[in-house]
Design a protein around this ligand. Structure first.
Ligand code: RP5
Length: 167
């Protein structure tokens, strides 16, 4: 992302095939004006690069890591193993098990190395971004105001819905 700002959130996904889902995570951060970096790194296909990325993230000014992967989805856990930053995990809808495998792989972390796991797919991708916004807003009043406005507008949108009359 080119916002000429220090990236605060690192979005890492196991494959570029995850991007169609994770794009909504990046879009949500962008909507709040949060600079992020998005990368493809795999716990299995590029293990050394994934470990290097995680261990250097905090030193480079990243505040939150978001890891997305599908199938045997170990990426978020691997990031958490090498970084004390908060790690948010987004299970990808996998080809054969619809993401249940991804969800279970991500959520069942051993005690001591936490990963916060979100819903499978796009809702999880958006919510991981919104959760990062909430964390960053704790020390950024302008961002906190944007989040309040976002929630207000979202409620207004829902309340304005009408249902069709029965014929
Ligand atoms: C995981 O394997 C990726 O996160 C992706 O969800 C899944 C399939 O990857 P591709 O075979 O599409 O590259 O590592």
């Amino acid at each position: 992302m080119n916002m000429n700002k220090q990236p605060l959130v690192g979005i890492v996904m196991g494959s570029d095939s995850d991007w169609p889902v994770m794009r909504s995570c990046a879009e949500t951060l962008k909507r709040f004006g949060i600079a992020y970096e998005a990368k493809v790194l795999s716990a299995h296909r590029t293990p050394d690069a994934a470990l290097d990325y995680a261990s250097s993230a905090q030193g480079r000014g990243i505040k939150v890591l978001i890891g997305a992967a599908g199938g045997a989805a170990h990426l978020a856990g691997v990031l958490a193993a090498k970084s004390e930053l908060p790690v948010l995990a987004v299970p990808m809808p996998s080809k054969h098990l619809q993401g249940l495998d991804s969800l279970l792989s991500m959520v069942q972390m051993p005690g001591g190395i936490p990963v916060a796991t979100f819903a499978i797919g796009e809702a999880g991708a958006v919510n991981a971004a919104l959760f990062a916004v909430s964390m960053l807003a704790l020390s950024d009043p302008d961002l906190a105001k944007k989040l309040t406005d976002f929630r207000f507008n979202q409620s207004e949108k829902v309340l304005s819905k009408t249902l069709p009359d029965l014929p």
